[in-house]
Design a protein around this ligand. Structure first.
Ligand SMILES: [Zn+2]
Length: 260
């Protein structure tokens, strides 16, 4: 099993999404409210500290993973940060659609963008008869069609999402690119054969792209059954979120903590 130094160092692996500078801009308000956007200086201070602790512990260079989900272009603010923080290894988890060049917002991000544009509080979405929890459980296409029915605008090409050139640049800087699955939803209830087929597609996609056969479960959610299927699909490491995955104990699974 890989990742020994990451686990034995006893440091929890951060999972990051969005980054803002100073006060959150309008495009970041909802993400910030739900704990998915961090202020740049504060984030750099915390990562600096993680690097210092890792240096004191004597771990190998690039053995402490710092992970970024969902492919936000905000992460380019840290493009050079890791040059001098040599204990840390940045990892980008991108969906299969994203590495194929699709830069539309994921359904929930589309909903947050709409809330931001109308200065709505995310709690008010319940008035529309939808909930974040319910959306997360549905395949992306269904989530989108529910948002279509509510006339929530779709963003097919968002500058807030990393483009190919930016991904290529980060890759050249030594960032690891890995998979965030074939469809961004809670995959725990998908049928065995559908899940295996989708994950094989995702694993092949990421390898053809020059990434690692590692999988970050969408929404951080998995079970022993889904972990076994991902292993069968050829993934060598899997990542969950400690708040979401409960006590799933699979030898390939590494838990992460959302920094907020
Ligand atoms: Zn995600």
């Amino acid at each position: 099993m890989g990742g020994g130094s990451i686990i034995s160092s006893n440091l929890s692996i951060p999972c990051l999404h969005r980054i803002h500078q100073g006060n959150p801009a309008r495009t970041h308000v909802t993400s910030y409210k739900i704990g998915m956007s961090l202020e740049l200086c504060e984030l750099m201070r915390r990562l600096d500290e993680l690097n210092s602790i890792s240096t004191r512990k004597g771990v190998e260079d690039r053995s402490i993973l710092v992970t970024f989900d969902d492919g936000w272009s905000d992460v380019t603010l840290l493009a050079d940060f890791f040059d001098d923080n040599r204990k840390l290894q940045p990892v980008l988890f991108l969906t299969n659609e994203h590495i194929k060049g699709n830069r539309s917002l994921l359904p929930l991000s589309r909903l947050y963008a709409w809330c931001d544009s109308w200065l709505l509080d995310i709690d008010q979405i319940e008035d529309l008869g939808i909930s974040r929890e319910c959306l997360k459980s549905l395949p992306e296409s269904l989530q989108h069609s529910i948002l279509d029915d509510l006339n929530i605008p779709n963003t097919h090409l968002s500058s807030q999402i990393l483009d190919c050139e930016q991904i290529g640049y980060l890759k050249k800087k030594g960032w690891i690119i890995a998979s965030h699955a074939h469809d961004h939803h809670d995959l725990r209830f998908d049928k065995d054969e559908d899940l295996l087929e989708g994950l094989i597609l995702a694993r092949k996609g990421i390898e053809e792209f020059g990434g690692e056969p590692w999988l970050a479960w969408p929404e951080g959610r998995c079970t022993i059954r889904t972990c076994e299927i991902a292993k069968k699909a050829g993934f060598e490491k899997q990542f969950s979120l400690d708040v979401e995955a409960g006590n799933v104990d699979h030898p390939d699974l590494i838990s992460r903590t959302i920094w907020s």
